[in-house]
Design a protein around this ligand. Structure first.
Ligand code: GLA
Length: 651
């Protein structure tokens, strides 16, 4: 278990470092992340590197038993660089080139920028790649910048040429005859800079940005790996969808993310889904590379998390598979854009009130480390999530409120209220280990995925498909068939028509649909109809809203509408029961989260009371609470925002 923070030694006089590091160690921290915005200090002049201070920082940290994660600094190019090479600055969608003065103002398609960033990374790796105290690398920081410059346009055209081969194929697959969009030369193809662009082009542009970041990352990965054998990560931003995180994660050793609440308080179901998403990038444990020490500075109301909430949030992360929790940042910098952000030590260098809570967490982590060693969440149910589906739907929501993430959450929430662990994985992930697979909106279909889903069901799996499934192909073109396209035979029903709802639609025997409703028409006699529409618009009245049937040794269910939470909860209970997934979470009250990590020595349950009342509930078995170092009966009791980490007795 790692506990730590983002530390910026370059902000402070070196005489101060030992005191900061001592306070970190006293809090139980064992890692600092360093240097990810320090390019101007590490290369103050082009080609002149000063890494001595970084070495002194690593060594000073080591004297307090703190290891270092080194970040490559490419998210913040120095002023000499952008002055000398203005072509490295990003051009935004409105055609304006960024100026200097913020961060992330670089163009990830600029060959010059990639070369300079890789050279900086290589200098760091040459010097510290095998340093005993450097335990991992972070490439860049929160990839996000997209540039719409001439270089990007030329690269996009090359990307399309490689994918489509001929313009004839591209024109056909995109139906460019529409609005006279036929291309006669690759150089005519634009970047999507003015809205209203062609859906095929816009989807391909997202794929292009993905390849841009794969390449941007690869040049730095190669530079670091030439000199270092330490694991490499990148810190993602939750649901951010400008590129396909599965593809970008392929070359990383592990994934990380930065989890901030912003305004308000932790919603463990909302945030837990993002932990599960991040765990799914590499299908293994991840790091919480940054999290909120009390409050942020960038939200509408930058309120603090309540007393006890920061600790609960850390355990919630560990429960979902985080092996490290790092606070951003250690100490308030006196200047710079983030002066008001929460920290553990204030501008005067003394601990802020929250520091004591992190000390408690440090004690927790040292007590639980042995029990958690080599454990990770293991799930028997998965939700399928794909960037391509999200892009295609977001580009044409059809109903302004059809937010694919909120829609996915409408399935995740009721299932997570039952199950102590859910996976969120790409549709291309292996499905064999799951009993239940839920695809909230499998919009783009292909033959391989169809075959794998058919196989999954025939072999005994339980498959749930949500609305908008089976509608388009990989080019973002409509399939010339009724939804769910190639899955129609498996489902035993078709979507006769879809409707964006301007009012709620009643369901029979009970419930409501909103935003989206599909008229489902069974093709076969063995199709069951658990929910129908009541009186809606004449078209939907009395039609099937949900259908299901048994196929082979398994079962398939198609949900044709965005359902209210109670209806989803009822359906989810049915899917859980029919598929036989673990429903141990259901024995705990709302707001008390049960997470399960599994390792070679058995199971560890992390139980977090996210409410401000004492709570009690039932665990699957008795065990030993490693935080209180005492026996834990299966009737668990937790104080407000309390946590138990229970090593399960062999049962
Ligand atoms: C992001 C960045 C950090 C910092 C925090 C503030 O996650 O990675 O550098 O700006 O936000 O919340």
């Amino acid at each position: 278990m790692r506990l730590g923070c983002a530390w910026y030694p370059e902000h402070w006089n070196e005489q101060r470092w030992p005191e900061d590091l001592r306070l970190m160690r006293e809090a139980g921290m064992n890692v600092v992340r360093v240097a990810e915005f320090a390019w101007s200090r590490m290369e103050p002049e082009e080609g002149k590197f000063d890494l001595d201070w970084v070495e002194r920082a690593i060594e000073a940290a080591a004297r307090q038993e703190l290891d270092t994660v080194l970040g490559t600094p490419s998210a913040a190019p120095p002023a000499w660089l952008t002055r000398r090479y203005p072509e490295t600055l990003a051009v935004r969608e409105n055609g304006r080139r960024d100026g200097h003065g913020n961060r992330c103002h670089f163009s990830p398609t600029s060959p010059r920028y990639l070369e300079l960033a890789a050279r900086m990374a290589e200098e760091m790796a040459r010097r510290f790649g095998r340093h005993a105290r450097v335990i991992a690398w972070q490439i860049d920081n929160e990839y996000s910048s997209v540039s719409y410059d001439d270089e990007a346009r030329a690269q996009f055209q090359t990307f399309l040429r490689e994918r489509y081969g001929t313009l004839e194929a591209l024109n056909r697959r995109w139906t460019t005859a529409y609005w006279s969009q036929t291309y006669f030369d690759w150089s005519e193809i634009p970047l999507p800079i003015m809205g209203g662009h062609h859906p095929g082009l816009r989807l391909e542009f997202r794929r292009f940005v993905t390849e841009v970041y794969r390449h941007y990352q690869k040049v730095q990965l190669d530079a670091v790996r030439r000199h270092s054998d330490r694991p490499i990560t990148h810190n993602y931003m939750g649901w951010f969808d400008v590129f396909d995180h599965y593809r970008v994660s392929e070359e990383l050793d592990f994934a990380s993310w930065d989890s901030y609440v912003g305004s308000g308080h932790l919603d463990p179901l909302k945030n837990g889904a993002i932990h599960d998403l991040t765990r799914g990038f590499k299908q293994r444990s991840f790091w919480l590379m940054e999290t909120q020490p009390g409050h942020v500075n960038w939200s509408g109301i930058n309120n603090d998390l309540d007393r006890g909430e920061v600790r609960a949030k850390a355990w919630h992360a560990v429960g979902h598979g985080a092996d490290a929790v790092l606070y951003w940042q250690w100490r308030s910098a006196l200047g710079g854009q983030e002066q008001y952000h929460g920290t553990l030590v204030g501008p005067d260098g003394t601990p802020r009130p929250l520091y004591q809570e992190v000390c408690e967490l440090g004690r927790d982590f040292s007590r639980a480390a042995e029990a958690l060693r080599d454990t990770t969440p293991v799930s028997d149910a998965a939700l399928l999530h794909s960037y391509e589906d999200r892009w295609a739907i977001s580009l044409q929501r059809h109903h302004k409120d059809f937010d694919p993430v909120a829609h996915l959450e409408s399935f995740y929430r009721p299932l997570r209220r039952l199950s102590p662990s859910l996976d969120l994985v790409s549709p291309s992930a292996p499905l064999d280990g799951y009993r239940l697979v839920v695809a909230p909106h499998l919009h783009l279909m292909n033959a391989d995925l169809t075959a794998r889903l058919q196989h999954f069901v025939r072999e005994g799996g339980h498959l749930v498909l949500g609305p908008r499934s089976g509608m388009k192909d990989r080019d973002n073109a409509l399939l010339p068939s009724h939804q769910p396209g190639p899955l129609r035979e498996l489902v035993g029903a078709r979507v006769e028509e879809y409707y964006a709802l301007d009012t709620e639609a009643p369901l029979s025997p009970s419930g409501r649909a909103r935003i989206w409703a599909e008229w489902l028409e069974p093709d076969r006699d063995d199709v069951e109809v658990p929910l129908r529409y009541g009186r809606v618009n004449g078209w939907l009245d009395g039609r099937a809203a949900v259908v299901s049937r048994s196929v082979g040794r398994g079962r398939v269910c198609y949900v044709g509408a965005w359902l209210d939470p109670d209806s989803m909860a009822t359906l989810a209970r049915g899917w859980a029961q029919a598929s036989g997934i673990d429903t141990a979470q259901a024995s705990l009250p709302e707001g008390v989260e049960l997470c399960r990590r599994v390792g070679p020595r058995g199971e560890v349950w992390i139980v977090v009371n996210h409410t401000v009342q004492p709570q009690r509930g039932r665990l699957p078995r008795a065990g030993r609470d490693v935080l209180s170092d005492g026996p834990a009966s299966d009737a668990v009791e937790l104080p407000p925002r309390g946590v138990a980490v229970v090593v399960a007795s062999v049962g």
